[in-house]
Write a protein that binds this ligand. Structure first.
Ligand SMILES: Nc1ncnc2c1ncn2[C@@H]1O[C@H](COP(=O)(O)OP(=O)(O)O)[C@@H](O)[C@H]1O
Ligand SMILES: [Mg+2]
Length: 511
């Protein structure tokens, strides 16, 4: 049983590039570190500011205690002891707030056993304001005498650090200092760290992107090399694989350099394999060319002797005459085969063709008249343009192309078939078409039609054409030669075939 992964909908997400990943990792880590440093710094700063505030609060509480303390025991050593001083009389919050050297924003609450008086100095106006009943309740709920606590009084006042004390005369009082300064300083530090980190992140991102791009540049050069190699037509012909990754990018001490070195080793290897392939192909071609060449002379002798013997041998019995005829015709066929093989071997070698302007009009007229002579019981039609058409090519080879196509139109169709040979100019090209009304090319052959020794079983017509001779001409090399010659002319050959209509179309560059 196979489990299918649920397919994601929509466009697939484009993968992250290495550069993007590296830069984002560096920036992310730095952001994490900056954030940790920022949080720790702010927390520590806040704690130490709070400590300092508590010290201030303690000394304010001391002073306040002193301001209240004198009430009742007029020993003359406190400002409140003096009649006429603002501290004289019942202890109130005002006695604390208007005392000397009290810090700004001080908050005070005094409970003398029966009444509660409250007040705080307004930071801006310096006036003394009273607390609301709600705020007094809040203070009463949270404050104890053991240590300073933070109470949120809401409204304009916000957080206060408050401590409760009892004066020497037994009055319960509490004093508070605003936390706004602490909060503001901590916030300021947080903002500064945030801004500096942000700037640092941007700078690091830019530098990281630049460094990574620089480091990855050799990979781009390797990609370019690999792409160039990939575009080479390595599968055929003689190609030299000289492209290599530049030496500077193959330092085995770096990761990227190792990739470059490996790529170069692979290219060396492929190059050697290519050379071996080309050498063995050369050898095979050379062998075929040599063998065909060597076979020509003995074949000519066989043919010559058999013809001579047949002509002069009136006294030979009829079956010997028949055998001689067969020897002669087979040697003709074999000569043709050898010539074809030699031609293909030479075309494979890429031997220079004798390129010249060729009058295709005349060439076709000649070819059709030859075909007419060879196949009198076929209908030969020729369709030529008014103006002569000239192509650049090797005349002998082009004649062979047309002759092969016309021979096929005759050999692989039944007698009486109509064959149309046409010439036209089309898109700067000369186009020759050979169309016949024969049975068409067998389907199993279409894929390999232009390959060597590809031929169909067309014995039905061949038998009729050859008047009983079992093997006439069919080698499967005709269209291979057509394709090779046309390719050597930078032309193109295509076929379109169905029963009753087969068209070969050859296009060649115009003169
Ligand atoms: N005009 C045609 N009509 C039908 N079949 C064809 C035609 N031309 C070629 N063929 C088929 O293609 C095969 C290959 O042709 P070719 O390479 O010329 O070899 P050969 O003619 O020697 O058999 C032929 O054997 C035949 O089956
Ligand atoms: Mg043929």
């Amino acid at each position: 049983m196979q489990q299918r992964m649920p397919r994601r909908r929509g466009r697939p997400r484009s993968p992250w590039t290495l550069q993007r990943r590296l830069v984002l990792t560096v920036v992310g880590l730095l952001a994490l570190v900056s954030m940790t440093i920022g949080v720790v710094s702010v927390v520590i700063l806040r704690a130490s500011l709070l400590d300092r505030l508590d010290v201030q609060l303690a000394s304010a509480a001391d002073r306040s205690g002193a301001a209240l303390g004198g009430v009742g025991d007029n020993d003359g050593d406190r400002p409140g002891d003096l009649p006429g001083s603002p501290y004289f009389g019942t202890p109130t919050a005002d006695s604390i707030l208007s005392g000397p050297a009290q810090p700004p924003g001080l908050l005070a609450l005094v409970y003398d056993g029966s009444t509660i008086t409250t007040g705080y100095t307004d930071d801006r106006s310096g006036a003394i304001e009273a607390l609301t009943a709600q705020q007094v309740q809040l203070l009463a709920d949270h404050v104890n005498q053991s240590a300073p606590v933070t109470v949120n009084l809401g409204g304009e006042l916000g957080d206060y650090r408050v401590q409760a004390e009892t004066s020497r005369s037994g009055t319960l009082y509490l004093v508070g200092l605003p936390l706004t300064g602490v909060a503001a300083t901590a916030a300021q530090l947080a903002v500064i760290i945030g801004l500096v980190s942000l700037a640092g992140l941007v700078v690091v991102a830019v530098i990281a992107a630049w460094v990574v791009r620089l480091a990855l540049r050799p990979l781009q050069r390797m990609t370019a090399t690999a792409t160039r190699v990939a575009q080479l037509p390595l599968d055929r012909g003689e190609v030299s694989l000289s492209d290599r990754v530049p030496a500077g990018d193959t330092d085995p001490r770096t990761e990227v350099g190792r990739v470059g070195a490996a790529l170069n080793r692979m290219l060396d290897h492929v190059d050697r394999a290519l050379e071996a392939r080309q050498a063995s192909e050369r050898k095979v071609r050379q062998f075929v060319a040599d063998a065909s060449h060597e076979l020509r002379t003995p074949l000519a002798s066989i043919r010559g002797y058999s013809e001579l013997t047949r002509r002069s041998g009136q006294q030979l019995p009829p079956d010997a005459m028949h055998a001689l005829g067969r020897i002669e015709s087979e040697s003709v066929r074999m000569t043709g085969l050898v010539e074809d093989l030699l031609l293909l071997a030479r075309l494979d070698e890429g031997r220079e063709l004798d390129m010249q302007p060729v009058d295709l009009t005349r060439l076709l007229v000649d070819a059709v008249s030859d075909a007419h002579a060879a196949g009198r019981d076929y209908v030969w039609n020729l369709d030529l343009p008014e103006e002569p058409v000239e192509a650049i090519g090797d005349e002998a080879r082009l004649r062979q192309v047309v002759a092969n196509l016309l021979a096929n139109a005759r050999v692989h169709t039944a007698a009486g078939t109509t064959v149309l040979v046409a010439l036209a100019e089309h898109d700067e090209r000369a186009v020759i078409t050979v169309t016949d009304g024969g049975p068409g090319i067998p389907e199993e052959l279409t894929a390999t039609l232009f390959e060597r020794f590809a031929r169909g079983d067309s014995s039905r017509f061949r038998a009729a054409n050859a008047a009983g001779a079992p093997s006439t001409g069919s080698t499967g090399l005709g269209l291979a030669i057509v394709a090779a010659v046309v390719a050597a002319h930078h032309g193109e050959v295509t076929v379109d075939s169905r029963p009753g209509h087969t068209t070969f179309r050859v296009s060649l560059p115009l003169a």
